[in-house]
Design a protein around this ligand. Sequence first.
Ligand code: C2E
Ligand code: MG
Ligand code: MG
Length: 697
Amino acid sequence: MPAALAREPARRSPLMQDKEVSARRFASGRRVTSIIAKMREIAKIDRTVADEVRRSLVETLFASSTSLGVGAIAGAACSTAIALSSGNPWLTAMAVAIDMTGALRVAHAVFLHRVGARNSAESARSETVYEIGAWAYAFLLGLMTFLTLILSDNSLYHMLAAVLTIGYAAGICGRNAGRPVIAMGQLALASAPVSLGLFLSDNPLRWVLGFVNCAFIIGMVDITLQTYSAVLKAMSATHEQKRLTARFEKLARYDAMTGLENRGAFQERLQTELAELAERKGQLAILWVDLDKFKEINDSLGHPTGDRVLRTVSRQLAAIADRRGCVARFGGDEFVLLARGDKKGFAEELAREVMRALLVPIEIDTASIQVTGSIGVAVAPDHGTDGETLLQHADMALYHAKANGRNDFCLFQPSMEEEFLELRALETALRTAIERDELEVYYQPIVDLATGRTKSCEALLRWHHPEFGSVPPSRFIPLAESTGLITPISHWVLGQACTAAAAWPEQVSVAVNMSPALLKDLHLSHMILSALYTSGLQARRLELEITESVLLEENAQSNSLIREFQKIGLKLSIDDFGTGYSSLTYLKKYAFDKIKIDTTFIADVTRSREARAIINALVGLAAELEIEIVAEGIETETQLGYVTGARCTSAQGFYLGRPMPEPEIRARLEAEWGRPRKPRAVPTAVTETAKVRRLRA
Ligand code: C2E
Ligand code: MG
Ligand code: MG
């Protein structure tokens, strides 16, 4: 069988042929409907695109002025050639219109491409101008081709005009796909007159070309829509990426809760300000603001209220810094304000302004919250010319403002740096002392005034440093508290004291000072239990001395710890009573076993009537509550005579015995009470409850 015949399709019935024709019609009908649906959908999407994306899409119209120029030159060349060769006045008029419109469009695009649209309104205006120009130009080309087809018989003119217009229409679909309405309008306005001109001819071949051109229009609309959705997707993705990048940059630079800059961003800004300061004369103030007792607001009124307070304070500080600097949140309740100034004393004036602003009560729901702040101030260039030094100096000044009783500001002084360095050296030495076991516990007797015998001994830390000499606890205990070293130190003291007391006569207890900082540590009770357990000392022989400041803070954690100690059977003393607020409510709230009257009252007992009155009142109160009362700091016989007469139950002081090393105190106790029986053996493994039961025994 010949190959041509083999490829010939089998003969089909007229019915089948009809079906195929209608299927094809149906398919092309469906194609048109799907294009219309796509156009609708794209028109809907186009209305909802982000402003920035729309602006970028409009920009694509002006992105290539070269292609616009090439189009204008091609249009001008073809239309002018046809007009000049044909000499037809209509075609000449068309050529002039095409040349002028093309030139105007190129001028507009070149101008806008250089300047660009600054906002959405300008972008919309440019789009409209472009649209009018594009549609006018496309229509002129279409019309020129139509007139060439109608008015001239020259096939070469026809070809020139038709090729120009169809080629232009095809090119425009890709070029202007970013704004599909413009592209499709141009396509229709340029191509429809061409097809119409071809249909009006009496040559069937031209009708075919007319049909083909119509089919082209459908295909090109589809291409335009496809290109548009691809461009839109890419632009939206770029826009989203830009938006996310900006958001992450913001998150990295700003504090989410207050909206203020964070430490990192502030440090960058400080560098810039310092570089500018080096160029001009003037000063730069750094104010490190720390809200006083903010933790209490958080604990008592809840974190949401605390957050609102922080936001209000941020706004107040931002208003103060406005136009002369900036403010940042350094975390928690700490803010740092930076301000430019040139007058002498402007930094102090600024600090006063901040304090006045903080004084205004913050109204939250029904509560009126009063906050105060401590402020450390450092000024460039006097206190430093680099950011790190300035911040460090402001921080040192803040430390002093807090140490001076808070709610005040403090200007950096060079002596603070010396003190700071000294403290750091002391801290290093203290760490080494802990590691090398260089600390020592001394014991001071507390004497029962009725019997004259020692009833308990207070454990007092001693530190003799090879270089610094004897460092008093009043110096290294606060340092240990602020650096967290108080935990290992207290652990060690407890162990030493319990072990020592376990070897003393049974009638004598040991008193250990508990730092307020430690009473927030939930591991404290575990630490105490393990000291008691390891030493074998009964809980009733261990006294904990706590100062009023612990009770003042009204911390839930400290409260529950105090209750827990009482459950275990430990004795509790309130130390240095009379130096703080001496609120009697604490005495009622916690069943204290002892009140220790502060040394200052005893020292004044001979010369101050008030001191005597206070001692008498406290003795009366203790008798009423049936608790012991100890007079601290007895240095003379007169003082001892007075407190005995005033009916204090016990006394402690150099007159009765100085703090002494363990062997000395043991010898004294054994002389008073006799040698104790052999200490009990400590069981090796028992449960926690069994431990407690045994300790209480
Ligand atoms: P405190 O608990 O009130 O201890 C009594 C202080 O008064 C001791 O000072 C003691 O030496 C001193 N003292 C005793 N009798 C007299 C006297 O007749 N005249 C004078 N002028 N002073 C007398 P020290 O040992 O210097 O301790 C000072 C403070 O350091 C203690 O005051 C206590 O708050 C703290 N401290 C001492 N050891 C420890 C410790 O192991 N842990 C903690 N957290 N604090 C401790
Ligand atoms: Mg004490
Ligand atoms: Mg005391």
